[in-house]
Design a protein around this ligand. Structure first.
Ligand code: NAD
Length: 444
């Protein structure tokens, strides 16, 4: 804590789309507890966009000092930063987490905590050495339906959990987005097993209060990518959508100029780093999978069968827990179908998690005790992104911390244990063999 103020001084590194949640929270509802005192990014344009948004919302504020990526440590010193929020591209998280810890700061990092086991070890070692706090922003833990599952399981409603069956579907809008952006290169994101499934593997670890021991997985690129696109005649001839006539009729194209937010954050920022957020999902260079099947055995003896599909007509998930006293089933329909894209001048980007369109579905949580009729458990619907998870998570990260019987706060060890299932799955894809997680990361 800085000596000259009761408020803690916070910095955000990586000022893309996700950073908006944190910057607006720190400058808005949590401004009495934090001074937003630094921005850091490889792209100065995006930092200026965030400053313009803050000026709109808080005209009395001075702009947040903006630093280039190579000046990160200088920013920490000069701005006397206490807390760093890491929202950069996944494979760079470790660099900022470790440097911030070494400088005596606490860290909130976006998921996935990092993208490989060496980087995860560096983070865990730095956290232990410095004794500072690392919180991983697992907002799904704060979704009321997910909290209810944890409550029911820990109250023993279905007894001891023997197995979990979990299917997650990404629709043609949200699923395709991973194949347009930096995520399409596994070196950036670790693939969807790491980038996306880290949420889901974390939920299972947390719901069951256990950790993964053995993982076997099969996965591949079935739908997106140049080869599959050519084979099914889905591919249009363009590299990126902006300025490409061939993209006009492509239902898989995103048109950055249709959204003032996407234009500001990406199109207008391209001159600095050449990053194209609107690449052809059927173009070359996709090195991640879109269809993945995973079998996990946990320390408690429970097993998980898990599937992630990134080209589904609807978005949502089903998870079922088989217990020694009954079964618990959760169905979440986030969208019931995917309408084709129409070109609009929408002020908001079509970003996952934030949309509630007329295709929005429903949540159903069903408890099926042995020898009894099923009971529907009513779940509060949450306001804001990720089923209300974002808002509740912000309160836990930046508000006065109340004791939480659900233990929703995730630390670096949780980040590592959620990551290791995906890392093991990636290795199993390559070798065709089961992987012991302890060969990738020690259990604690
Ligand atoms: N919890 C969630 O639900 C959720 C949702 C969306 C994104 N995220 C996470 O947030 C992070 C950012 O995702 P996004 O969608 O905002 O991506 P984005 O592409 O919009 O933003 C990434 C930002 O990082 C910057 N950057 C890239 N390399 C950098 C480097 N070496 N140093 C400093 N800055 C660098 C880019 O210039 C850009 O401003 C990712 O880790 C992602 O997994 C989490």
């Amino acid at each position: 804590m800085s000596s000259d103020t009761a408020r803690r001084r916070a910095a955000v590194v990586g000022l893309g789309a996700r950073a908006r949640l944190f910057a607006q929270a720190l400058a808005g509802p949590y401004a009495d507890r934090f001074e937003l005192a630094g921005f850091c990014d490889v792209n100065s344009h995006r930092m200026a966009v965030h400053n313009a948004w803050l000026a709109d919302a808080h005209p009395e504020r001075s702009p947040v000092p903006a630093y280039a990526a190579e000046d990160f440590e200088e920013m920490l010193r000069r701005e006397r930063i206490d807390l760093v929020v890491v929202c950069t591209v996944d494979h760079t998280h470790d660099h900022y987490i470790v440097a911030a810890l070494e400088a005596g700061c606490d860290v909130v990092t976006e998921k996935p905590m990092t993208t490989d086991s060496d980087k995860a070890r560096r983070i865990l070692e730095a956290q232990r050495r410095t004794g500072r706090e690392v919180r991983v922003a697992f907002n799904y833990r704060y979704n009321p339906a997910h909290s209810a599952v944890r409550e029911l399981i820990s109250a023993g409603e279905i007894g001891e959990v023997g197995s979990v069956h979990f299917e997650w579907l990404l629709d043609l809008r949200h699923g395709a987005d991973y194949f347009r952006r930096w995520h399409r290169d596994k070196a950036n994101s670790g693939g969807l097993m790491v980038h996306k499934s880290t949420h889901h593997f974390d939920l299972v670890n947390w719901w069951l209060g256990t950790r993964p021991e053995t993982v076997f997985a099969q996965g591949g690129l079935f739908f997106y990518g140049d080869e599959a696109g050519r084979r099914r005649n889905l591919a249009q001839e363009y590299d990126r959508a902006h300025g490409s006539p061939a993209a006009e009729a492509d239902p898989f194209a995103v048109h950055l100029s249709d959204s003032s937010v996407l234009s500001a954050l990406y199109l207008d920022a391209e001159a600095e780093d050449g990053y194209h957020r609107d690449q052809n999902v059927f173009g070359p260079g996709v090195t991640i999978e879109d269809d993945m099947a995973v079998l996990v055995r946990y320390a408690t003896g429970a097993t998980l069968t898990y599937h992630l599909t990134a080209y589904s007509p609807w978005e949502g998930y089903r998870v079922a827990f088989n217990g020694s006293k009954g079964r618990l089933e959760l169905l979440v329909e986030e969208s019931t179908w995917t309408p084709p894209r129409v070109r609009t001048n929408s002020p908001e980007p079509v970003l996952h998690g934030a949309e509630a369109e007329d295709t929005a579905g429903r949540t159903e949580l069903l408890l099926r005790p042995f020898w009894e009729e099923p009971r529907e458990i009513k779940v509060a619907s949450g306001e804001g992104g990720h089923g209300g998870g974002d808002v509740r998570m912000l309160e836990d990260l930046f508000g006065t911390r109340a004791p939480d019987p659900l233990h929703r706060a995730a630390d670096a060890a949780d980040g590592a244990q959620s990551l290791v299932t995906g890392l093991a799955a990636n290795r199993s894809f390559e070798t065709g063999l089961p992987v012991r997680t302890r060969d990738l990361l020690p259990p604690d």
